[in-house]
Design a protein around this ligand. Structure first.
Ligand code: FES
Ligand SMILES: [Fe+2]
Length: 400
C-alpha cells in the first residue's frame, strides 16, 4: 500500500494563510470540506460558529484529552530534509531531523517574533527560522543568531522541545512539556516479523478520538456500512463476546464466529477454517483487530490514532498478514478494498460529527452489542483524570 495517502507536504504556507487546526490537516479520505471546528469548541461546551441553539443536545462531546502519552506525529517516510508541521492534541509542532538524522519536535513558534518555525529550513542539522535566521537544535536550543556578537544561547531563546522517539517507521511525540515520559511508545509487533507482509495506510477522520476508536472496533456496523466487503446480512449465528477490561486496555474475544462472508474474507482465506477474532483497545489510542482463520491465515490490523484536535483524528493503520497465498499476490487486491472500507468509515464519522454539531451535542444510546464503546470511554476518561480503572469481565451475545 502507498503509505503516503492522506498525508501532505511539510513546512508549507498553510500557517501563513492562517488556517485553522482542521484545515491544517491532510485531505480526508472522503474528500469533503473541513468542518471548521476549533480545538476548544468542546471545552466551551457548545458548537460555536453555528446559529442554531443546542435545543436537543446538552453541549456534551466525548472528548478526552490524554496528555501524558505518546502519539504518532508523522510517518518516518514523510520526515526528510525539510521541517514538517503537525498538530497533536491541538498543539502546533514542527518536526525536523538534526545533523545525525535524529527526529526532533519543537513548538511551532519561533521564540523571537513568533512566526512558525515550520516555515524555515534545515541548515547543517539545525532548524533555521525563515524570518531572521535564528537556528535551533533538536533540543530547541538557539545555536545561532545572525549578526549577533556574543553567545546565541539563552534560556529565553529556547524553543520548547517535546520528547521524540522514532521506531517502526513512525515519529512519536509526547505532547506534554516539562514532563518525563513514564511509558514507551506502542510497538507494532509484526513489523519486520518473518513470514508477514506489512501494509500501511494513513487517513484522517473528522471525529473525536473516542468515536474513531469505537468505529475501528465496532462489529455491528460492518454488516451495514461495509455490506459485501466485510460481512453480509445476518446469517442468524449467535456469537459470544468475552470482554475483559483491565487497567490499560479492554479486549473482546469473539467465540463461535463463522468465517465472514464478504469479499475481504474470501480473499484472505479462500479455504475457510476456524475463526479466532480479538478486538482490543490499548490506552490511550491503539485499536487492534486480529483474525486467525484456520491454521495458516493470520491478519492483524494495528492502528495508532492521533488526536490532532478534539474533532480531528489521524489514523495510522499498520496491516500485517500471513496467508497461505503469497503476500505480494494479495496486496494489490487488498489496497483498494481497505481504502473503500476506510472511506466508508471516514464518511460516516464525518456525518456523525456534523450531526452532533448541528444538534449542539451528543445524545448516544447504547445496547449490549455496542460491545467496547463504554469500556473505551471509561478508560479514556480515567486516563485523562489520571485515575485508575476497575477491572471488569463481561459476556455479551450477539447475532451475526
Ligand atoms: S521570528 Fe524567528 S528569528 Fe525572528
Ligand atoms: Fe468500519
Amino acid at each position: 500500500m502507498d503509505p503516503s495517502l492522506g498525508e501532505r507536504g511539510g513546512a508549507d504556507d498553510r500557517a501563513v494563510r492562517g488556517e485553522t487546526l482542521a484545515s491544517d490537516e491532510p485531505p480526508r479520505a472522503d474528500g469533503g470540506q473541513p468542518l471548521g471546528f476549533e480545538a476548544d469548541d468542546a471545552a466551551r461546551g457548545t458548537a460555536l460558529g453555528d446559529k442554531l441553539l443546542p435545543l436537543f443536545g446538552k453541549g456534551r462531546a466525548s472528548v478526552a484529552r490524554v496528555t501524558s502519552a505518546w502519539y504518532v506525529a508523522a510517518t518516518s517516510r514523510k520526515l526528510r530534509n525539510k521541517p514538517r508541521a503537525c498538530t497533536v492534541l491541538g498543539i502546533p509542532m514542527v518536526l525536523f531531523r538534526d545533523g545525525a538524522g535524529r527526529a526532533g519536535a519543537l513548538l511551532d513558534r519561533c521564540p523571537h517574533r513568533n512566526v512558525p518555525l515550520s516555515l524555515g529550513t534545515v541548515v547543517g542539522g539545525r532548524l533555521e527560522c525563515r524570518y531572521h535566521g535564528w537556528r535551533f537544535d533538536g533540543a530547541g536550543v538557539c545555536r545561532h543568531v545572525p549578526s549577533l556578537c556574543g553567545p546565541s544561547e539563552g534560556k529565553g531563546r529556547r524553543a520548547p522541545a517535546f520528547p521524540t522517539v522514532e521506531q517502526d517507521g513512525f515519529v512519536w511525540v509526547y505532547p506534554t512539556l516539562g514532563e518525563d515520559p513514564k511509558s514507551e511508545p506502542h510497538r507494532f509487533a509484526y513489523v519486520g516479523k518473518p513470514g508477514y507482509t506489512v501494509a500501511r495506510q494513513t487517513v484522517v477522520a473528522e471525529a473525536t478520538l473516542f468515536s474513531t476508536l469505537e468505529n475501528a472496533l465496532d462489529v455491528p456496523h460492518t454488516a451495514f456500512l461495509h455490506r459485501g466487503l466485510f460481512r453480509n446480512e445476518s446469517r442468524g449465528i449467535t456469537l459470544r463476546a468475552l470482554v475483559d477490561r483491565s487497567a490499560d486496555r479492554v479486549v473482546a474475544e469473539y467465540v463461535g464466529e463463522p468465517r465472514p462472508t464478504g469479499l475481504v474474507a474470501r480473499i484472505l482465506s479462500p479455504s475457510g477454517g476456524m475463526v479466532t477474532h480479538f478486538d482490543r483497545f490499548l490506552l490511550p489510542s491503539i485499536a487492534q483487530v486480529e483474525y486467525r482463520i484456520g491454521t495458516e491465515n493470520h491478519f492483524f490490523v494495528d492502528t495508532a490514532m492521533t488526536p490532532v484536535s478534539d474533532f480531528v483524528t489521524r489514523i495510522h493503520a499498520v496491516v500485517a498478514f500471513r496467508l497461505r497465498i503469497p503476500g505480494w499476490l494479495v496486496r494489490p487486491f487488498l489496497k483498494p478494498l481497505a481504502m473503500r472500507v476506510f472511506q466508508q468509515d471516514a464518511r460516516i464519522l464525518r456525518r456523525q460529527t456534523e450531526t452532533i454539531r448541528r444538534f449542539g451535542g451528543e445524545q448516544f444510546v447504547s445496547t449490549d452489542i455496542d460491545v467496547l464503546g463504554r469500556h473505551i470511554w471509561r478508560l479514556l476518561r480515567s486516563a485523562e483524570r489520571a485515575e485508575p480503572t476497575s477491572a471488569e469481565r463481561t459476556e455479551v451475545e450477539l447475532v451475526v
